[in-house]
Design a binder for this molecule. Structure first.
Ligand code: RTP
Ligand code: MG
Length: 141
């Protein structure tokens, strides 16, 4: 298995629910290491830029509004198969369809407020990590 890096965000609802530690614990138990992290409140420009791929989708404005509604916790996860492993931990986008025991099934209420983001492939992982972190801010170990 290849060691990969992926970008994870604990969205404003996750920070508000005070479950940063709970989510980090799930990463750690799954063998993923937090190798970079920062809390920030996204500006409208940052949220629009980060989700530019969705700019033509009907939910884009709601998504940007939600992602700028409070602080988020952004982290780079590293480990074997990190991209897919993180997506497994997150569960389906719509919490109503997420497998029991996943982060979204356990903590999310709606498809908009679904607690976490995770890169969906190798190319997006690279782009999304570069969006938030300089190489010297990432601490592999
Ligand atoms: P994410 O990017 O946040 O990790 O989630 P995802 O890959 O599972 O879902 P994606 O298709 O990339 O959509 C990004 C976020 O937009 C919101 N969304 N709303 N109302 C809707 O139909 C709808 N579809 C997507 C979700 O909050 C989703 O996480
Ligand atoms: Mg996505």
């Amino acid at each position: 298995m290849a060691v990969e890096r992926t970008l994870s965000i604990i969205k404003p609802d996750g920070v508000e629910k005070n479950i940063i530690g709970e989510v980090y614990s799930r990463f750690e138990k799954a063998g993923l290491k937090v190798v970079a992290a920062r809390m920030l409140h996204l500006s409208q420009e940052q949220a629009e830029g980060f989700y530019a791929v969705h700019s033509e989708r009907p939910f884009f404005n709601d998504l940007v509004k939600f992602m700028t509604s409070g602080p988020v916790m952004v982290q780079v996860l590293e480990g074997d198969n990190a991209i897919a492993r993180n997506r497994e931990l997150m569960g389906a986008t719509n919490p109503a369809e997420a497998e029991p025991g996943t982060i979204r099934a356990d903590f999310a209420q709606t498809i908009d407020a679904n607690v976490v983001h995770g890169s969906d492939g190798a190319d997006t992982a690279r782009t999304e990590i570069d969006f938030f972190f300089k190489p010297e801010e990432i601490h592999s170990r």
